[in-house]
Design a protein around this ligand. Structure first.
Ligand SMILES: [Zn+2]
Length: 412
């Protein structure tokens, strides 16, 4: 199969879409279900109609182009990503995967190929989390609950406003669940959002897993005291434990946990004044690991380190687990299809885990899921500086096409 995407047409689409919600500095501002996001979706619907593909939308607002290229009762291979962005984000994160998926449907349609499956190019609602995060994909796999909608991370008001603007309802969102038997797999093309592919001088990344994320609130508890009259040796200074932990967490990860990361994103000092030794410092800890055993080892190591730093400065420690999402391995068959596709195209590929969350981790719950990364110049993402070379984007789209054909070999 020598089928290739039309890189010129794909580029024209990409440039046109990048104008919607453009921020003037090379980026876009299209939070989920904002006016700009809905305009991008309208633009997508027009492209679907122009290509004479079938347009579909479910109760969660997920937008799809559908190509019936298999037998009537065939399952569907989903290809896609998201058209929403973070606030003042980049042009590539999400749209590349949706536009490549759409282009693949056009190419297969034009070639008149029959497959054992149907193809669907999908734009998932709210991947980035302005409202809830991976809302559309969670709804599609049946992982979304009414409770989750009651306390969305973006707040109730934002969710209600967004749903109203898009003509959606909460009850409708919960109807988007599909029967897994109708899905044969999911493939997503995405920018890497890091610099490992550039460092490895690779064209393509084949994603092995999507990192698990765990968040804790840690409280180092000391004793308030007069900052002028209490000797340095008599203090139980909560700031020292918290600060020492932030530095030590970095060392622990660098030393023992390759492919993992840890972040202390916030510290709150109480009572918080110039002349009082801090009685308590609470900090926000997040860490990520690509596979389960490592995830548990990292959690243990970080909590032990926190306890050691608390002991060192005579402090108490309280650890509250706030949330945890387990690592999600990508399917072996999807990874194989992506590797074979890259090999067939003569592209240098490396296998690597994703540190960022993606809709693929939701889809992996119900069908074989895989992801293809293309290099991000200097690793910038969630920023107007986000950039990928177009030749790499086209390579990625061709790998997506060839991997899709391998997951759905040509019918008889
Ligand atoms: Zn994304």
């Amino acid at each position: 199969m020598t089928l290739r995407v039309n890189g010129t047409r794909l580029h024209a689409d990409f440039m046109a879409l990048s104008e919607i919600g453009a921020t003037g500095d090379g980026g876009v501002h299209r939070p989920a279900l904002s006016e700009a996001h809905l305009e991008a979706r309208k633009w997508f619907r027009e492209r679907v109609a122009e290509a004479r593909l079938e347009f579909r939308m479910d109760g969660a607002g997920n937008h799809s182009a559908f190509l019936a290229c298999g037998p009537a009762d065939a399952p569907t291979l989903l290809l896609g990503s998201h058209l929403d962005s973070v606030r003042h984000g980049g042009r590539f994160d999400g749209p590349l995967g949706v536009l490549a998926a759409l282009e693949i449907l056009r190419v297969v349609q034009e070639a008149g190929i029959r497959l054992p499956v149907h193809l669907e190019a999908i734009d998932f609602t709210d991947e980035e989390g302005a409202l809830l995060g991976e809302l559309g994909s969670a709804a599609l796999v049946g992982a979304l609950t009414a409770e989750a909608l009651r306390e969305p991370r973006g707040g109730r008001a934002a969710l209600e406003t967004g749903l109203n603007r898009a003509g959606l309802t909460e009850a409708g969102v919960l109807t988007a669940c599909r029967d897994p038997a109708t899905l044969v797999g999911y493939l997503e093309l995405h920018i890497e959002q890091g610099s490992r592919l550039i460092d490895a001088q690779a064209d393509i990344g084949v994603v092995t897993s999507i990192a698990g994320i765990c968040s804790y609130r840690l409280a180092f508890i000391g004793q308030a005291a007069h900052a002028g009259t209490t000797s340095m040796t008599d203090r139980r200074d909560a700031a020292l434990g918290a600060s020492a932990f932030a530095l030590a967490a970095r060392e622990v990860v660098l030393r023992d946990f390759p492919d993992c990361v840890a972040n202390v994103g916030e510290m709150c000092f109480a009572p918080g004044s110039f002349n009082v030794v801090p009685a308590q410092v609470t900090l926000a800890l997040e860490f990520r690991a690509p596979e389960s055993e490592l995830f548990q080892q990292l959690e243990r190591a970080l909590l032990e380190q926190a306890q050691a730093e608390a002991d060192r400065f005579g402090l108490g420690l309280e650890a509250d687990l706030l949330g945890q999402i387990d690592p999600t391995p990508m399917s072996a068959s999807a990874q194989r299809a992506c590797i074979e596709a890259a090999d067939a195209l003569g592209l240098k590929h490396v296998s690597l885990p994703s540190g960022a969350g993606h809709d693929a981790q939701m889809l992996a719950r119900v069908c074989p899921a895989g992801m293809i990364f293309v290099p991000s110049v200097r690793g910038f993402s969630h920023s107007p500086r986000e950039f990928s070379r177009w030749v790499d984007c086209v390579n990625g789209a061709n790998v997506l096409l060839q991997a899709a054909l391998r997951m759905a070999p040509e019918g008889d």
